[in-house]
Design a protein. Structure first.
Ligand code: 6R9
Length: 649
């Protein structure tokens, strides 16, 4: 990592919402008196049906963890993202939809049109018997209907849970069942990078494992043929034409859940992260505006998928709460070729662009010829998210896309945090490639000594990253399992929210995220629990045991390395590797596809039978010098075998 510092350019400082003096003053105010700071922001940024009288009521004590913000306030999220803008910006574009195929015309959906579509979709849901608090699964590609569906739920007080369209039928079924969804909204097929995913047939397969009461709402997007089950399947677009174009918003309590989003942890099945209506929306609004220095009239493009939290907060809720024009892109960065991002920026005159280091690395590998010939002069701010950015990728982004002039905001945050936690602000923070820099307003990061859990007060230090006090965008609970919420985030380090990441803090107080300290790996910016991949592998009849770790991968950041012990009598072969890869893809989805599989006659275990993952990680990383103490192993010789047969990259 380089420690070179890039101060914001003078013209950026001049036009930005926040300069360095303002940042310091506001930061101090936000942590010394959160009630005043967040109370003022909540009144300024959101429309309240009933004003709140209390701002913050939060407790991080194990056994009593409770997070409430604006708890007696009443509002509606869809009203805040749509209706209140109609008087002043009804004809302004709310969503630009850029389809997968560049030959298909883009759509510009105004706030007036968004209002009508969302109301119609809400009426369709009501007609299906969806009531306040009911769960709705959204399994859709990146099409405007995904936005309509999310906002329609918000409008009537239903709780949505978006499932990434790359997940398998099994993963979808698990989520439908975990939150006992009443309805699944899907599409016939999803075009992406010129290929099509059969979402409806995936949904059919998933619903075989769910209650037969679950209704299936199908968006006919491509018109591809699908099976149709009368009395269960509903043609959403046809229904939307039949229902009324208006639907009143339902007043919701600030603490009513807005959505559930499943995310991987280090143990067990994915957790349903629950976000609130009031605090979450406030946090989405303030971070979208200030982190990206968004100004009225700008075109904002977050290149994530709505299946992830980044898409929730920075394609839908943040931009729309701020009355922005937000771009929704159905495709991938490399289709038809590696110039697609730059073409889209040129075509729609994008002002802020937000993507992941893995995408930057892939495009960097394709070469700069793909950037040439595209006018990128509309760009004002660049952002990254999802994993630490390596200096090579940072420099490439800075030189070729930012032309050495634009601020790059490297935003550290999580599904659990709702919005940015540690990030530069364009007009305020000098950046250092690879550092997420300084905390956002109201966020109090601390570095803890990993074993004692003591807070380290020296500025320059290293340890685990934790957060000292609540912020409005914080998750409220794990759906249906508050105990798991407390155990996962508040039990290892008492009194703090423990994020699962390690970090270093330099002499300037800048934070450098060093990666997960638990068994979560980060593959192409997607979070994956190694335990999930392991349980998929051992579900295969030929697999006796499996251990999965991450290893450094040039494009993906981390790749998935699997050690597999076969059942007695099973023969290892390349065909079997292929079979196991396909198996994991069907169990979880293509994003979990193993990169390397090594046959392991035995796994390194302690005498009590615990797999020593530290050793497996080191072998996968090709770092044999650092294996550490292997004397506690039940059978130290298995290590030699694993080293000898390590897969070559
Ligand atoms: C928003 C999102 C969260 C995990 C997080 C950390 C990693 C995210 C990062 C970063 C270094 C950044 N992460 N942003 N690491 N620098 N700027 O990605 O949410 O999918 O829940 O992942 O991603 O390890 O703990 P999520």
């Amino acid at each position: 990592m380089t420690d070179q510092t890039y101060p914001p350019a003078a013209d950026i400082v001049k036009n930005a919402h926040i300069d360095i003096a303002t940042y310091e003053k506001m930061y101090e105010a936000s942590v010394s008196d959160p009630d005043t700071f967040w109370g003022d922001e909540a009144r300024k940024r959101l429309d309240w049906i009933e004003p709140f009288t209390k701002v913050k009521d939060t407790n991080f004590t194990l056994g009593e963890v409770s997070i409430k913000w604006f708890e007696d306030g009443v509002l509606n999220v869809a009203h805040n993202c749509i209706d209140r803008h109609l008087a002043t910006r009804g004809d302004q574009t709310a969503i630009i939809f850029e389809p997968d195929d560049p030959e298909t015309p883009a759509q510009h959906i105004t706030y007036n049109e968004l209002h009508e579509k969302v109301s119609r979709m809400a009426n369709v849901l009501l007609a299906q018997g969806v009531m306040r608090g009911d769960r709705v699964i959204i399994y859709l590609p990146m099409i405007p209907e995904a936005a309509y569906a999310m906002l329609a739920c918000a409008r009537i007080g239903a709780i949505h849970s978006v499932v990434f369209a790359g997940f398998s039928p099994d993963a979808l079924a698990n989520r439908i069942n975990d939150c006992q969804a009443k309805v699944v909204i899907t599409a016939d097929t999803a075009p992406r990078g010129g290929k099509r995913t059969a979402l409806k047939s995936n949904t059919d397969a998933a619903l075989l494992h769910c209650s037969d009461k679950v209704r299936c709402l199908v968006v006919k997007h491509t018109g591809d043929q699908t099976t149709w089950i009368e009395d269960r399947d509903v043609d959403v677009k046809a229904m939307m034409e039949q229902v009324a174009p208006d639907c009143p918003v339902r007043p919701m309590n600030a603490e009513d859940p807005l959505f559930i989003l499943y995310t991987s942890g280090s143990t067990g099945k994915p957790k349903g992260v629950v976000h609130s209506s009031g605090g979450y929306l406030l946090y989405a609004s303030i971070t979208q505006e200030l982190t990206f220095d968004y100004h009225d009239g700008d075109v904002f493009w977050c290149g994530a998928d709505v299946g992830w939290v980044t898409g929730h907060t920075y394609i839908i809720y943040g931009p729309l709460a701020n009355g922005a024009t937000t771009l929704m892109f159905e495709g991938v960065p490399t289709y038809p070729d590696a110039s697609r991002f730059w073409q889209v920026i040129d075509k729609h005159k994008v002002n802020q662009f937000y993507t992941a280091p893995t995408a930057i690395r892939a495009l960097m590998g394709a070469g700069t010829s793909f950037v040439e010939g595209h006018d990128l002069s509309s760009l004002k701010v660049l952002g990254t998210v999802g994993e630490p950015i390596n200096p090579e990728a940072w420099n490439w982004y800075n030189d070729n896309i930012g032309k050495g002039k634009l601020p790059i905001v490297d935003t550290w945050w999580q599904t659990e945090t709702g919005g940015h936690m540690i990030t530069p602000l364009p007009g305020a923070t000098p950046t250092k490639p690879g550092s997420a820099t300084k905390p956002f307003f109201g966020v109090q990061p601390v570095v803890l000594e990993p074993t004692s859990g003591e807070e380290i007060h020296e500025t320059k230090t290293e340890g685990v990253l934790a957060i000292k006090d609540s912020w409005p965008g914080q998750m409220r609970t794990v759906y249906g399992d508050h105990e798991r919420f407390e155990k996962t985030y508040f039990s290892d380090y008492k009194g703090y929210y423990f994020a699962g990441d390690g970090c270093r803090r330099d002499e300037d107080g800048y934070y450098w995220i060093t990666g997960r300290v638990d068994d979560v790996i980060n593959v192409s910016g997607h979070r994956m629990g190694t335990a999930e991949v392991e349980s998929a592998l051992v579900a295969h009849s030929k697999v006796a045991e499996a251990a999965v770790v991450g290893y450094p991968h040039d494009v993906k950041g981390q790749g998935i390395y699997c050690y597999v012990t076969l059942m007695n009598g099973e023969e290892p072969s390349d065909d079997l590797k292929k079979e196991l890869r396909n198996w994991v893809r069907t169990e979880i989805g293509p994003i979990a596809s193993p990169d390397l599989i090594q046959w392991a006659p035995g796994l390194p275990k302690t005498r009590s039978g615990k797999i020593m993952r530290r050793i497996l990680r080191k072998i996968a990383e090709n770092d044999y010098g650092a294996l550490g103490d292997t004397s506690t192993l039940a059978d130290p010789s298995v290590v030699d075998d694993l080293i000898e047969n390590r897969m070559n990259k």
